[in-house]
Ligand binder design. Structure first.
Ligand SMILES: Nc1ncnc2c1ncn2[C@@H]1O[C@H](COP(=O)(O)OP(=O)(O)OP(=O)(O)O)[C@@H](O)[C@H]1O
Ligand SMILES: [Mg+2]
Length: 394
């Protein structure tokens, strides 16, 4: 029996948590939004907000005991996964499950599973636990190569290393910007890809796995800038990507939506990484699909019926970034962005900005991908973020 409403504890209250909270509120669920700072985007639409350090195991556990949520939904990577493992053993439901959350937040764990255990093609990689070990593996790689921390997101601590002289600097950056205290880094072969895609993969409890149309995306310094759907890739490559996504999500288990990232290089389909939750590049589905990625995640989690095939209308997304540090943000140009009726703007509602922080996203349709991307770019460029000296006017 499918009883609603459910009490959901959303761990991470950024833009992705906010859209999930909106979808959950539409189904009448009770949403508790958690994050390390107050008035975070998801908190603005949730029933209750909790501000605490979600990387602190005992604090996270005590909040879960107190709230007794039906479902615990991680929306970010930076969590005390040991807490999730413990409370799952006590009968709490973690989405998709504590093991999947643990594996996907560690580059070594997901690589070990994909490449070593499941035999999935990835970029060539090696782990290095200390600076001296670099010499043992470096001869197996050509330059440029990529150095990444074992744990980080949004490209943090990642460097494209062009020659051996730059390796040490890249190492220091990876260690400095890593999440956690690990001294281990990963060295990866640089893939000169034609296109990178996210394949949103929805794993259901009692039905077969379904897929959204592939989403193409562009990243800068490891951080998402724009995405578009459907990305054009040959059908046999798409089928290969689907088979890989199914294999890995079957192994991870549970139910919900996963964002599976691939590089398309010539004939090859190369697995990169995956999120066991909605993906930032999938924000485009808010305009392109009947059920967006957050609704699909929630439907799968709640066991609600999903279509066999998910269609998309040609659309694009382009991030809106702050150009400077701002204490209290205001926006101009949203009116200008919306003059084009094919365009929508999402302002996340983050209370303050840092230079380069993602504050919103422009979404646009078009007759073809080129036009959709042009429209989204125009809309994003129309919007300026500035210091709001008159808070009362908002
Ligand atoms: N081996 C590689 N070859 C070429 N480009 C790469 C490689 N690894 C990463 N990149 C580029 O850097 C981006 C970010 O890398 P990755 O997804 O591993 O990092 P991340 O910090 O986990 O990002 P996310 O925000 O998705 O969690 C990729 O989308 C891709 O554009
Ligand atoms: Mg990524």
């Amino acid at each position: 029996m499918n009883i609603l409403p459910k009490k959901l504890m959303v761990l991470g209250s950024g833009e992705l948590g906010k859209e999930l909270a909106i979808a959950a509120k539409r189904l009448g669920c009770f949403v508790i939004a958690c994050d390390k700072y107050s008035n975070a985007p998801a908190m603005q639409v949730a029933d209750e907000s909790l501000v605490f350090d979600m990387q602190n195991e005992s604090v996270l556990i005590s909040h879960i005991y107190k709230q007794k949520p039906d479902l615990i939904i991680p929306e970010i990577e930076a969590l005390a996964v040991t807490a999730l493992q413990r409370i799952e053993q006590e009968g709490f439901k973690v989405i998709p499950n504590a093991r999947a959350v643990t594996i996907t937040m560690n580059r070594d764990k997901i690589r070990d599973l994909a490449a070593n255990k499941l035999g999935i093609k990835t970029a060539k990689f090696a782990y290095v636990a200390n600076k001296k070990e670099i010499n043992n593996v470096i001869n197996d790689f050509n330059f440029p190569l990529i150095v990444k921390p074992i744990m980080s997101s949004s490209g943090k601590g990642q460097t494209l290393v062009k020659n051996i002289l730059d390796l040490e600097k890249a190492w220091d950056k990876a260690i400095k910007e890593a999440r956690g205290k690990s001294q281990k880094i990963i060295i990866e072969e640089f893939i000169n890809f034609d296109l990178e895609i996210t394949l949103l993969t929805i794993k259901q409890r009692n039905n077969s796995t379904i897929f959204c149309d592939p989403i193409g995306h562009e990243q800068s310094n490891g951080d998402y800038q724009s995405s578009w759907q459907p990305a054009e890739i040959p059908i046999d490559q798409l089928n290969k990507a689907k088979a890989i996504a199914k294999k890995i999500t079957d192994n991870l288990g549970g139910e919900g939506l996963f964002g599976v990232e691939f590089f398309i290089a010539g004939d090859e389909v190369i697995f990169s990484e995956l999120s066991p939750r909605p993906h930032d590049t999938g924000l485009v589905t808010i305009i392109s699909q009947e059920l967006n990625e957050f609704e699909l995640h929630l439907y799968a989690i709640l066991g609600l019926p999903l279509p066999k095939k998910i269609n998309s209308k040609i659309s694009s997304s382009k991030v809106i970034l702050s150009k400077k540090d701002i204490k209290s943000v205001a926006y101009i140009g949203i009116d200008k962005a919306l003059v084009n009726s094919q365009t929508r703007v999402l302002i996340f509602g983050k209370p303050n900005a840092k230079k380069g922080r993602r504050m919103g996203v422009a979404l646009a349709k078009g007759k073809d991908i080129q036009e959709a991307r042009f429209n989204a770019n125009q809309a994003s460029n129309s919007i300026e973020i500035f210091e709001n000296n008159n808070i009362n006017s908002v």
